[in-house]
Design a protein around this ligand. Structure first.
Ligand code: A2P
Length: 338
């Protein structure tokens, strides 16, 4: 019989943790035992794992000895405190927070782009990239390999599920309130999100960019292994439940035509091209991405204002490829090491 793994999901009651459990079951990951962990508040509740229900246990009192693989998605401070404890107990930790992403001795892996980095984990921790970087690089990785990326201009349109369950609840609550002529006071977001846009995700930095924007800079360079790549990002929260979208302009070192980009992406792993140049012939979060695995790319066209640049519209389910699916794909790479 092939090897079975004891797998822990930390943050099992959250928006990402729930989908980690469902994707582990859906992809038939060789789970010998599953452990669902969250805060003391949720201990004793049940979460779904395929057709089974699993009782949630309190992370604070759980003994990680014997866990083979731990998927963390309970926020940066929980990862900082508990991931090293799980790694010290022998688990391979796959962490969805930004706690370790920029540490030199922690690989940052998009499974289609730099899978080989999974083995390079001296601390037993592998970081899962930010959702916006993830979908962008699934599409841009092949372009970088072919023509070399010099600079990326990107504006994101990020759904509320990226802020977790409380983000989903806030959009629902505010939408219902406004349609009933009631107040829609912001709690989770910095301004009203229903019927609105907010050009602010994560903390402001000294340079005027937000941390969410700087993640696109730092993570792109680390994953593509090229510090020369320039990235100019603007990150915007939009009133969409699931699925991030990105308007991306890529300047390449060598000229590459829109046709060549389309051909490249048609065979790229994890990518689906939807680019028909007619009404509806492009991906949107609701019609294509939500609940599905691929990174969808459309609106591929040469930038007529620049000698070597192409525009793309990139859409993906931020909870699936942007978080839970990539974490499970990393776990599959670890499991395949034998
Ligand atoms: P809980 O439901 O017990 O609060 P989301 O990103 O959707 O908000 O989910 C965050 C996840 O992180 C939830 O599963 C949440 O569990 C978990 N979490 C939050 N704080 C802690 C904590 N102190 N210890 C363990 N898990 C936590």
């Amino acid at each position: 019989m092939s090897r079975q793994f004891k797998v822990a999901v930390v943050g099992a009651t959250g928006a990402v943790g729930e989908v980690m459990l469902s994707i582990l079951a859906e992809r038939k990951f060789p789970v010998g035992e599953i452990v669902a962990l969250a805060s003391e508040r949720s201990a004793g509740e049940y979460v779904k794992f395929g057709d089974d229900e699993v009782m949630v246990r309190d992370l604070a009192t759980f003994d990680p000895a014997g866990v083979d693989i731990a998927l963390f998605s309970a926020g940066g401070s929980i990862s900082k405190e508990y991931a090293p404890k799980f790694a010290a107990a022998g688990a391979v930790v796959i962490d969805n927070s930004s706690a370790f992403r920029y540490d030199d001795d922690v690989p940052l892996v998009v499974s289609e782009v730099n899978p080989d980095q999974v083995r390079n984990r001296p601390r037993g921790i592998i970081a899962n990239p930010n959702c916006s970087t993830m979908q962008m690089l699934v599409a841009l990785g092949p372009i970088h390999r072919k023509a070399g990326i010099e600079r990326i201009n990107v504006a994101t349109y990020q759904s509320v599920s990226g802020a977790g369950r409380s983000g989903l609840e806030e959009l629902g609550r505010q939408t219902a309130a406004l349609l009933n002529f009631q107040e829609a006071a912001p709690e989770r977001f910095q301004a009203q999100i229903a019927f609105n846009l907010i050009p602010h995700i994560d903390d402001f930095q000294d340079n005027g960019f937000t941390k969410e924007e700087m993640k696109l800079v730092w993570e792109t360079r680390k994953i593509l292994g090229d510090d020369r790549i320039q990235v100019n990002p603007t990150a915007v929260r939009v009133p969409v439940f699931y699925g991030h979208s990105e308007a991306v302009n890529v300047e390449t070192r060598e000229k590459i035509s829109a046709e060549a980009v389309r051909a490249l992406l048609e065979t790229a792993p994890g990518v689906e091209v939807v680019d028909e140049r007619k009404p509806g012939g492009y991906p949107t979060p609701v019609t294509h991405a939500s609940g599905r695995d691929p990174v969808y790319v459309g609106r591929i066209r040469e930038d007529f204002s620049h000698p070597r640049a192409v525009n793309l519209w990139i859409v993906s389910d931020n909870i699936r490829k942007g978080a839970a699916l990539n974490a499970v794909q990393i776990a599959e790479l670890v499991a395949a090491e034998g």
